[in-house]
Design a protein around this ligand. Structure first.
Ligand SMILES: Nc1ncnc2c1ncn2[C@@H]1O[C@H](COP(=O)(O)OP(=O)(O)O)[C@@H](O)[C@H]1O
Ligand SMILES: [Mg+2]
Length: 265
């Protein structure tokens, strides 16, 4: 059975894409069939996997899939578009994004079953994978709402920085709303503390604050992802940390988190 996992936050730069890449890659390296979907018009996830816009200029992206779903495209054509959109990289499969995706922000609210478009799109591929990751763009908009409605669970990266942990209550509110109205099965997989610098009191205080305010009802992964320049370097080579620098603490933290997620199904 396929588990669909959203990676969300209302802030940018907190490590959503980095977490998606390194958790999904670790799972794939351990024999799982994994697909990642880039839901950010800035298409950083696609770039992390070495996919550049020029390379996919002639094939459909998540933009075309949303468009097809909005236009109630026939089944057979839908299957073709989805098949063509999947990039089979050397590691995980990727459905890339495109800058055009943001143009749909004003169109989606007018579509039939507007919160369920992504759920419908993924219904065509979910039997092919054990895990599908949805890398959302910052903010709690229609794309994030679609991602949460389509998902079994959510990972929430929180940067060890006061402004980042600030948004966690808004994220939780949105998740609870989706659980009530759209997707009762949705679970919070956990909070990932990212860019952690253990030698600073500041980071320690933030992680304590998150644990104090949310730890009694939201799982906070024990493995904090430490700040390391190698984490930011890996995408330049289009590879994950497990290939680029497997021995650093941040790679081990992502390995532990991925193992924990796999362990619980
Ligand atoms: N643990 C880390 N140590 C150092 N840099 C990191 C770490 N995690 C993420 N980064 C860098 O921070 C920037 C933002 O991360 P990213 O994953 O793209 O955030 P988001 O997807 O939430 O916008 C990127 O340049 C990324 O390489
Ligand atoms: Mg991102």
């Amino acid at each position: 059975m396929c588990k669909i996992i959203s990676v969300i936050s209302c802030k940018g730069g907190v490590g959503k894409t980095t977490s998606t890449v390194n958790i999904s890659s670790y799972m794939q390296m351990h024999g799982k069939r994994v697909c990642v979907v880039d839901l950010d018009p800035q298409h950083n996830l696609s770039k992390h996997f070495g996919i550049h816009p020029g390379q996919i200029a002639n094939q459909p992206t998540i933009y075309d899939l949303f468009n097809a779903a909005i236009n109630e495209t026939e089944d057979e054509e839908m299957v073709q578009i989805i098949k063509q959109s999947v990039v089979h990289s050397t590691t995980v499969d990727v459905i890339p994004s495109s800058a055009k995706l943001s143009s749909l922000e004003t169109v989606i609210p007018t579509a039939t079953c507007r919160e369920r478009l992504l759920e419908y799109i993924l219904s065509y591929i979910k039997n092919d994978y054990e895990y599908i990751f949805l890398d959302c763009h910052p903010g709690l908009d229609m794309f994030t709402l679609n991602a949460l409605t389509a998902s079994n669970s959510v990972l929430i990266p929180v940067e060890a920085h006061i402004l980042s942990s600030d948004g966690l209550d808004q994220v939780e509110k949105m998740i609870r709303m989706v659980q009530r109205r759209l997707n009762q099965e949705l679970r919070i997989e956990g909070v990932i503390i990212t860019k952690y610098q253990g030698n600073t009191n500041y980071c320690k205080q933030i992680s304590e604050l998150v644990t104090r305010d949310f730890g009694d009802h939201i799982h906070i992964f024990d493995s904090y992802v430490k700040y390391a320049i190698k984490v930011a370097e890996a995408p330049v080579f289009g590879i994950s940390l497990h290939e680029y620098a497997p021995s650093i603490d941040a790679a081990k933290a992502y390995a532990n988190i991925a193992s924990e997620v796999m362990c619980y199904g």
